[in-house]
Design a protein around this ligand. Structure first.
Ligand SMILES: Nc1nc2c(ncn2[C@@H]2O[C@H](COP(=O)(O)OP(=O)(O)O)[C@@H](O)[C@H]2O)c(=O)[nH]1
Ligand SMILES: [Mg+2]
Length: 483
């Protein structure tokens, strides 16, 4: 490569250097713009400095940061920082961004008219920026006062520096090298990142967690529902049996009370009345069982079991009131004896008191004896009926209780079967949904793994030439510095 070539087309020369390593690397992908970018942190004095520079160097174009695009490569970057304090790490990051595609960077410490110690600040800025990155080791720093509070502006040093550096042919070459360096660096780190699956890592982790969660949820909900159903069924058994017994006890005492105050007139209707009450209690218990089972199913998120057809209430024999003929006869005999005794007693009493009234006494004694006999016999009969009814009520309710307990047990067993089947159905549906979700997750995980492996292969293939090109660019930048 001759010097003539080098001077006439420094950009093409640098590009050729890189393309020699890999013909695919034809351009660093930047727009060379013949402008000077003047930028810096907020209020450092860029706008003021640009105004002063435009006046002093009309042959050059000066722009602020908002006038350059990301792919633009300015010919030079003037980084303005106030002399009020040394730069911070955030300022260095700003320089990195501004000088991404440009090698020529000049540091300008502004407002030196008001900050007497600006030289110390400048020295500190130089040290800090050099420490931030190797490439800034040889950055030139100058002090400026573009818009001083008093007197003339002072940008002479900067103007002088810009004039010589922009006229230097080597500047273009170095700028191009710098553009290549950052381009190669960016491409390499992208290959690196893709190959390591960095972008996918968060998604892959999220997918793995979701997969675990789906499986765990499934396990938990399955066993939870089964356990809950079992315990609810046990409770239903106990509570409903107690409910049925309780109803029987209260209806028994109600009916027995009725029986104990039974009158002869109500005697005939009593059997029918007991029959009605029995049917009512059966209906009540059936309704109670239905409600309990329905509530239970709803609470467990299951379909309530079907209500079976109502069953026939238990049949019972009528009260044994008529089979008392023998006893009645005996009572008649005893009553007659008792009546005769009373009649004799009364007639004697009359005879003793007034002998003239013996006949009347006999008649009166006979009448009283007869009345008493009839009364005693009928009282005895009623009392006997009451006792019979009381016992009969006990038997009927005993039958009813047995019937209800069996009915409750049967219904709970039937409901348990239906609900268990429902749980199984739901479990199966959930298992299917979970399997589908896991399959989908696995497919995506596989996709990521394949894509990452592909990116890693690409990285392994692409990195060596890129690294070689980068080494060459860096070597160029290092050895020909300051030419
Ligand atoms: N004393 C002094 N003040 C300056 C100087 N340059 C700019 N300033 C003041 O600093 C402030 C910010 O200036 P400006 O150029 O707008 O800064 P920008 O935000 O970086 O564009 C303004 O109040 C200016 O008057 C300077 O050289 N000396
Ligand atoms: Mg401004």
């Amino acid at each position: 490569m001759t010097d003539v070539e080098h001077v006439s087309d420094p950009v093409g020369q640098v590009d050729a250097l890189v393309a020699a390593v890999d013909p695919g690397l034809s351009s660093p992908g930047v727009d060379n713009r013949d402008v000077v970018l003047v930028t810096g942190p907020w209020l450092a004095g860029s706008t003021g400095l640009i105004a002063a520079l435009r006046e002093r160097l009309p042959e050059h174009q000066f722009v602020e940061a908002d006038e350059v695009k990301a792919a633009d490569a300015p010919a030079a970057v003037v980084f303005v920082v106030s002399a009020v304090a040394p730069i911070a790490e955030s300022d260095c990051a700003l320089i990195d961004l501004a000088a991404q595609h440009t090698d020529l960077v000049i540091g300008a410490v502004s407002k030196i008219d008001v900050h007497r110690n600006w030289r110390d600040v400048l020295a500190e800025d130089r040290t800090r920026l050099a420490a931030h990155a190797e490439r800034y080791r040889d950055v030139s720093w100058v002090g400026v006062a573009a818009a001083p509070d008093l007197g003339e502006s002072n940008v002479d040093d900067l103007v002088e520096l810009l004039r010589t550096r922009l006229a230097d042919v080597d500047t273009k070459r170095r700028n191009r090298l710098r553009a290549w360096e950052s381009r190669l660096h960016t491409v390499m780190s992208r290959y690196d990142k893709d190959g390591a699956g960095g972008d996918r890592k968060a998604r892959v982790t999220a997918l793995r967690e979701r997969r675990e969660e789906v499986l765990r949820e499934r396990r938990v909900s399955k066993s939870e529902r089964t356990i809950a159903l079992r315990s609810q069924i046990q409770q239903a058994k106990v509570q409903l049996a107690y409910f049925a017994r309780n109803r029987c006890t209260s209806v028994r005492s109600e009916l027995q009370e009725d029986a104990s105050s039974m009158t002869r007139r109500r005697l005939r209707d009593f059997e029918g009345y007991v029959g009605t009450r029995v049917v009512e209690v059966v209906d009540e218990v059936e309704a109670g069982v239905t409600k309990h089972l329905t509530d239970m199913a709803t609470e467990l998120g299951l379909t309530p079991p079907e209500t079976p057809a109502p069953s026939e209430p238990p049949a019972f024999a009528p009260p044994p009131l008529k089979s008392r003929r023998l006893e009645t006869r005996l009572m008649m005999v005893l009553g007659a004896g008792f009546g005769l005794g009373v009649a004799l007693g009364v007639s004697r009493l009359f005879a003793g008191l007034a002998p003239g009234l013996t006949i009347a006494g006999l008649v009166a004694g006979g009448v009283i004896g007869l009345v008493l006999t009839v009364w005693v016999v009928s009282m005895r009969g009623l009392l006997n009926d009451r006792v019979t009814l009381d016992r009969w009520v006990g038997v009927v309710i005993g039958l009813l209780q047995g019937f209800l307990e069996e009915r409750v047990a049967t219904r709970v067993v039937v409901a348990e079967a239906a609900l268990t089947a429902d749980v199984a159905r739901r479990d199966e549906a959930e298992a299917e949904a979970a399997t589908a979700a896991v399959t989908e997750i696995d497919a995506e995980l596989r996709e990521h793994a394949v894509a990452t492996a592909r990116a890693a292969a690409l990285r392994d293939r692409r990195l060596p030439p890129l690294q070689k090109a980068l080494d060459i660019v860096r070597a160029e930048l290092d050895t020909r510095q300051g030419q």
